[in-house]
Ligand binder design. Structure first.
Ligand SMILES: NC(=O)c1ccc[n+]([C@@H]2O[C@H](COP(=O)([O-])OP(=O)(O)OC[C@H]3O[C@@H](n4cnc5c(N)ncnc54)[C@H](OP(=O)(O)O)[C@@H]3O)[C@@H](O)[C@H]2O)c1
Length: 341
């Protein structure tokens, strides 16, 4: 199998609004010896793509190919002999023609060259669409619910953005671990979806008092852990809703970044505060092997069921629309772009 010397890609040449997104033919950069090359069938759209596009996370160079995840078929394997003989590499079972999901920056393109350690072989029983829909957010849900706060049976967990791509997977996972799940969202339709995916209680934050409801549901004690993807708008109230010795996990910035915070405030309840990123939990071959197996087992046995909101076309307009929809707050579940059959 082979790959072309130029590819169609969705790029930006400067940071800004959705209008900076364009589709272009670009050279397919020289493939590093430890990389494999994937012909992309689907790519996933994530909130982080909008952080790069706006410049909250500075793009490393221009033109910048955005995107964190893709799924498709391997068309070239690494060429570095030391990689091919590495026992960790051999464990993965990569072959030309085999389906993989890739967690690598630069996936808005027809072909992706990625370090072998960032690719996960997709089991027979999991579709290429499900694999891309569950990759980034599934790895985040699992690593955060093990390492940021190890969710246990009997815990009461609060998940903001509960009806979103990450939120629904977190609700499914926390429920499967025996926790009571409280979620927040904006509309009754989103609340119904969250309940169908594991949330025991859903608070409509636009019409209800979230703090009062959480304290009522927890007999005034607060929750054991909060996973907060909203950021700026919810951080202060999180400090009220967390219980003594609880864990507050700042997951993302859907409403903007949390302003600087003095750690001395944590001593009022001895709260643990984390601001993790999935890509820093999952770096080494051992970590990728462990979390990849965990994710694809949970996708294969139906514990994690990504809900696809919409498939967008692989055009500048399609990607713009996906990012606009995601930041509008109107979507649920996962947004994907179909790149090829
Ligand atoms: N740290 C990591 O490694 C990591 C990895 C993956 C995702 N994340 C973060 O997790 C969060 C969720 O990501 P996602 O991709 O699954 O997105 P999402 O939840 O599908 O979409 C964002 C949701 O946030 C809610 N929201 C609340 N305030 C908002 C505002 N001011 N503007 C826009 N939306 C607002 C909306 O839902 P409601 O209608 O329910 O309010 C909206 O649908 C994001 O902050 C993302 O950055 C972090």
């Amino acid at each position: 199998m082979s790959y072309p010397s130029t590819v169609q890609a969705i790029v930006i040449s400067r940071t800004g609004g959705p209008e900076v997104i364009e589709k272009r033919e670009i050279p397919f950069s020289k493939v590093a010896p430890d990389h494999l090359v994937v012909k992309v069938q689907y790519l996933g759209v994530n909130f982080i793509d909008t952080y790069y596009r706006e410049g909250l996370y500075p793009p490393p160079k221009f033109p910048f190919v955005n995107g964190q995840e893709a799924s498709g078929v391997i068309v070239a394997l690494p060429t570095d002999e030391s990689v091919l003989n590495d026992p960790d590499y051999k464990k993965r079972g990569y072959k030309e023609g085999c389906r993989v999901a890739v967690d690598h920056l630069g996936s808005y393109a027809e072909y992706v060259s990625a370090p072998w350690n960032t690719a996960y072989v997709i089991p027979e029983s999991v579709s290429t669409l499900t694999a891309v829909s569950g990759l980034e957010q599934g790895l985040t849900a699992i690593s955060f619910m093990e390492e940021a706060y190890d969710v246990q049976k009997g815990d009461i967990i609060l998940i903001h953005t509960v009806a979103g791509g990450l939120g629904l997977l977190m609700a499914q996972l926390a429920k499967s671990r025996g926790a009571t799940v409280i979620g927040t969202t904006s509309t009754p339709e989103k609340a119904a979806l969250a309940k169908a995916n594991g949330a025991d209680h859903v608070i409509l934050y636009k019409s209800e008092n979230t703090v009062a409801r959480v304290l009522e549901l927890t007999n005034g004690e607060g929750v054991h852990a909060i996973f907060d993807g909203v950021g700026k708008d919810t951080f202060e109230s999180d400090l009220v809703m967390i219980r003594r010795k609880g864990t507050l996990v700042s997951v993302g910035n859907a409403s903007g970044a949390v302003p600087p915070f003095p750690p001395i405030r944590l001593m009022q309840k001895n709260v643990k505060l984390l601001r993790p990123s999935m890509s820093t939990y999952i770096c080494t071959p051992a970590e990728a092997f462990y979390y990849g197996n965990a994710l694809f087992s949970l996708l294969a046995n139906g514990t994690l069921k990504p809900q696809v909101f919409k498939e967008y076309p692989f055009t500048a307009e399609g990607v713009k629309q996906a990012q606009v929809d995601l930041t509008s707050g109107k979507t649920t579940g996962k947004l994907v772009v179909k790149v090829s059959d």
